[in-house]
Design a protein around this ligand. Structure first.
Ligand SMILES: Nc1ncnc2c1ncn2[C@@H]1O[C@H](COP(=O)(O)OP(=O)(O)OP(=O)(O)O)[C@@H](O)[C@H]1O
Ligand SMILES: [Mg+2]
Length: 296
């Protein structure tokens, strides 16, 4: 573990015993009775959950536990059967995805959604929302949207430089490796200056050469004042950078706590880690590529 990782752990996040649904000292997301079924299958059934502010929270659990479905519900990409949730005190139930993003809560996808036939820079520009050029009045004044387009491009290039993708700005997204596409998605999510960044398996498909830089990028989001909630099967990543871990199984939150303690709990070992607890799950999750990435 690098010093960077150690010195940036945030403690004192919860009130009382760390148990499923425990209160946080400064919650950013508060979720109540959120339930979603597909046919006869209950994918998500979260009684109560609070996500701490300005911390890195890992959401873990076996395949099919409901992690991605919960992300979809919280970000307005799907709607629950029941339940309410709030983001910095604002109720988000029924709010569409684009509006959720405008409010400062963005997410990335388990399967990256970079648009292959657009360039890297064009993908970044699409990440900018609330463009003045979209308004009827301002669209009649080209000087206004031209100025705005220039501002967006400057911001996009700054972010691309930070993620070491600036030299690829004119390449089609299709030509990027899996790991670079993950980085592009993270960079694009930052175009809207979010306060909460939700990452669905940021390490999946990422070549080991890029993993440290990805970890550093996530730690830097917190340093820049953002809150991070990420889904990950890679226990290395969870142990090294998470301040708090929430464990889901069969749609429910079965445990939560700091990484050192929660991963030793019997319920967690039973539900998830099993005999794999000391093995790197990279191969299972695709982090270690069986098919080499382009250019490797
Ligand atoms: N659109 C859908 N229609 C039907 N069933 C679905 C749908 N989306 C998810 N499910 C089911 O809901 C359950 C939870 O799926 P989800 O993708 O949320 O799990 P997950 O925890 O993200 O798993 P993984 O670690 O494999 O990504 C699974 O049984 C899945 O098959
Ligand atoms: Mg998933």
């Amino acid at each position: 573990m690098s010093n960077n990782e150690k010195s940036h752990r945030t403690g004192g996040l919860h009130i009382g015993e760390p148990a499923p649904g425990c209160a946080k000292t400064d919650p950013m997301l508060i979720i109540d009775h959120v339930k979603k079924s597909f046919g006869g299958l209950t994918a998500v059934d979260v009684e109560h959950l609070e996500i701490p502010k300005n911390a890195i929270t890992a959401l873990i659990g076996p395949n099919g536990a409901g992690k991605t479905t919960l992300f979809n519900l919280l970000t307005g990409f799907d709607s629950p059967d029941t339940g309410t949730w709030s983001f910095e005190g604002t109720s988000l139930a029924g709010i569409p995805a684009f509006k959720v993003a405008q409010l400062g809560q963005v997410r990335t996808f388990q399967l990256t959604k970079a648009l292959s036939l657009l360039t890297v820079l064009e993908n970044m520009k699409l990440g900018a929302t609330g463009q003045r050029g979209e308004g009827i009045l301002s669209s009649l004044i080209p000087a206004l949207w031209r100025k705005q387009d220039a501002e967006i491009e400057i911001k996009a290039m700054e972010l691309l430089a930070r993620f070491k993708l600036d030299t690829k700005k004119d390449d089609f997204a299709a030509s990027l490796s899996g790991g670079q596409r993950k980085l592009l998605e993270m960079a694009r999510a930052l175009m809207t200056d979010p306060v909460l960044v939700m990452l669905d398996e940021p390490m999946a498909g990422v070549n080991p050469a890029l993993t440290q830089s990805l970890l550093d990028h996530v730690i830097n989001l917190k340093k820049d004042g953002m809150t991070v909630l990420f889904v990950e099967h890679d226990m290395h990543m969870v142990r090294h950078i998470a301040d708090w871990v929430v464990v889901m199984a069969e749609g429910k939150v079965v445990a939560e706590g700091p990484p050192e303690t929660v991963m030793k709990e019997q319920a967690v070992i039973d539900a998830y880690l099993g005999s794999h607890q000391d093995t790197d799950l990279g191969v299972v999750t695709g982090r270690i590529n069986i098919i080499p990435e382009e250019g490797k």
